[in-house]
Design a protein around this ligand. Structure first.
Ligand code: AMP
Length: 277
């Protein structure tokens, strides 16, 4: 497995990779969810490239950039064991040298949900993903359904800017009790870790109501609110029942829809979602 830091090194290593090339961008502190993306890429592509970069521009001023968990040696061992051919670990100064002033921004899709509660977040995401795409030049790129809006925004950007890259979205991997795997779960103390299952339980309650015939979006949102309010360590930030493609809030669930939420458990902000309909 080649490990590269500068763009120059990456470009010359990239030229030696047999295609098609699958690409898995990450912020590191890898878990089985990330590795499932690598496995999907491994199954479909001749070569697999991954990146590890904690992208400062997608964190707000009061967010957890400084304490975002990092463990590069462990990440590299996991990627190597999963069969990755090339890992790019750019430095912040390499990505954003002084004088940097060009941004990639998707408009409508970034307004609700994560965009509504994390101003500037998606501008950072799309800018770094565009730069990663330009640098790596993959044929396919793999993203997790866990970050459903991110996947939708990246798909839109890829289409709008004519990147010749297929975006593949892979299912959310969960712990045994349903908690979606996330690098941020490491911030939870044992009590909070227990309480954090409330996201999965709340979405499950709404999903089973939907499966039993409740299609009124507000009823489904109310079930999520009720479940989260019953957990003293959790505080709901938003719940949404929206059209899967446009992310516009629904009155009634008819076609493919996204039931999504963000909640604080203690000081840790967690997100999760189910696809219904
Ligand atoms: P991150 O390192 O948090 O930026 O995540 C890198 C990629 O892994 C993104 O495409 C995420 O959506 C994906 N990912 C994160 N958690 C999971 C999970 N539990 N299951 C599947 N994919 C995930």
């Amino acid at each position: 497995m080649k490990i590269l830091t500068t763009l120059l090194e990456l470009r010359s290593a990239r030229r030696t990779l047999p295609g098609p090339v699958g690409f898995v961008p990450t912020m590191g502190y890898l878990h089985a969810g990330h590795i499932s993306l690598v496995q999907a890429a491994r199954a479909e592509c001749a070569s697999v490239a991954a990146s590890i970069f904690v992208n400062p521009t997608q964190f707000g001023p009061n967010e957890d950039l400084a304490r975002y968990p990092r463990d590069l040696p462990r990440d590299l061992a996991l990627l190597e064991a999963a069969g990755v051919d090339l890992v790019w670990t750019p430095k912040v100064e390499g990505m954003y040298p002084s004088g940097f002033q060009t941004w990639v921004e998707v408009e409508g899709l970034t307004r609700p949900l994560e965009g509504g509660t994390r101003p500037g977040h998606f501008r950072g995401v799309t800018t770094v993903v565009a730069k990663l795409f330009n640098a790596v030049g993959p044929d396919k790129a793999y993203f997790g359904q866990k970050d459903a809006q991110q996947a939708a925004v990246v798909r839109r950007m890829t289409k709008d800017l004519d990147f010749p890259i297929e975006i593949v979205v892979c299912p959310t991997l969960r712990e045994a009790d349903g908690l979606a795997m996330s690098s941020r779960n490491t911030f939870l103390n044992p009590e909070e870790r227990q309480a954090a299952t409330v996201l999965f339980l709340a979405l499950s309650a709404a999903k089973s109501a939907y499966d039993s015939g409740e299609h009124a979006a507000e009823k489904l949102r109310a079930l999520v609110r009720e479940a989260v309010n019953a957990e003293p360590l959790a505080r709901l930030q938003y719940v949404s029942c929206a059209d899967y493609d446009t992310l516009e809030e629904l009155e009634a669930v008819r076609g493919k829809s996204l039931l999504s939420m963000a909640a604080y458990v203690g000081k840790t902000r967690l997100i999760d979602n189910f696809v219904i309909g």
